[in-house]
Design a protein around this ligand. Structure first.
Ligand code: CP
Length: 316
């Protein structure tokens, strides 16, 4: 049962809602592996990508997801729209909604921007594609989907999430989701990149100041992008120093379970938070599986928010 008009954050979802998305994504994952990948489930619906920040994976996978479901997908770029002339976020969205847009996918540097639009637009659904340091719910859902496919479950797993936790909407959404699904979450960062009260993100969240301890016995090691522009402010002298103390290489991964998988939401700083060899290690890295999962999970989200049938179409 799915009762949400918008997808603004994992915070709003129950454990059952998460299962509904992941189960529906299995269906779309299977379709995406066929030669004919398209269904007409959302034929006639209009979906708009409204990205005020750069993106490779999220924007493209939402576009592919919408097209595979048969929707008309429009990409709006602020740099070539009247936002560049000073038009406000709300005016821009209201004008685009007046064209009878059914759903907006919104990425914005300000936390709360998608929720702001959800309260003020007339009827369009809103999906948060990443807002400031707040949430990136479809990333957490695709990460959970990827883990579930590799490990068969989420409950009881030990997941280490390491990197710039302070600025990471991915870490926040993942900690919330994994906590709701009964996984043990270990958040690991230098003290200067760890938010105060990070352990309050869930009952199963623990803070680790050292990577060695966070990775010990983990089933999943998720590395996050270090925003190199913030390193100086974070009192980490060099990227080489960061790589030495908080970077994941084969030696560090040997502390995890022998079948532990390595994840990264992308984009990767190769040789900083993640060694080249591990990023490309097809036995341990599931990074490109995450990207594939992103299309299926985003198809599930669009389907659940827009489909009037409540179930994947028979023709799909
Ligand atoms: N993981 C992620 O959000 O990547 P993009 O910034 O490329 O969308």
């Amino acid at each position: 049962m799915w009762n949400h008009r918008h997808l603004l954050g994992i915070e709003d979802l129950s454990a059952n809602d998460i299962d509904v998305v992941l189960d529906r994504a299995e269906h779309w994952h299977a379709l995406s592996r066929k030669t004919e990948k398209k269904t007409g489930l959302l034929k006639g619906r209009t979906v708009m990508n409204l990205f005020f920040e750069v993106s490779t994976r999220t924007r493209t996978s939402f576009e592919i997801a919408g097209k595979r479901l048969g929707a008309d997908v429009v990409n709006v770029s602020p740099s070539t729209s009247s936002v560049a002339k000073g038009e406000t976020l709300l005016d821009t969205a209201k004008n685009l909604e007046a064209m009878r847009t059914d759903l907006f996918i919104v990425r914005h540097a300000s936390s709360g921007a998608p929720a702001f639009l959800a309260k003020r637009l007339q009827g369009a659904a809103i999906v948060n594609a990443g807002d400031g340091a707040h949430e990136h719910p479809t990333q957490a859902l695709l990460d959970a989907f990827t883990i579930r496919r590799h490990k068969g479950k989420l409950e009881g797993l030990v997941v280490a999430i390491c990197g710039d936790i302070l600025h990471s909407r991915v870490a926040r959404s993942n900690a919330l989701l994994l906590g709701k699904k009964g996984a043990e979450v270990r958040l690991c960062a230098p003290r200067t990149m760890m938010p105060l009260h990070a352990d309050r993100l869930g009952d199963t969240v623990t803070v680790f100041p050292r990577l060695e301890a966070a990775v010990e016995g983990a089933d999943v090691v998720m590395m996050l992008r270090i925003q190199t522009e913030r390193l100086a402010g974070a009192m980490m002298s060099t990227t080489r120093e960061y790589a030495r103390t908080f970077g994941l290489d084969a030696g560090m991964l040997a502390r995890a379970r022998p079948d532990a998988i390595v994840m990264h939401p992308g984009p990767i700083n190769r040789g900083v938070e993640l060694a080249h060899s591990l990023a490309d290690d097809s036995d341990r890295s599931v990074i490109l599986d995450q990207v594939e999962s992103g299309v299926a999970v985003r198809m599930a989200v669009l389907d659940l928010l827009l489909s009037t049938t409540g179930a994947p179409s028979a023709e799909a």
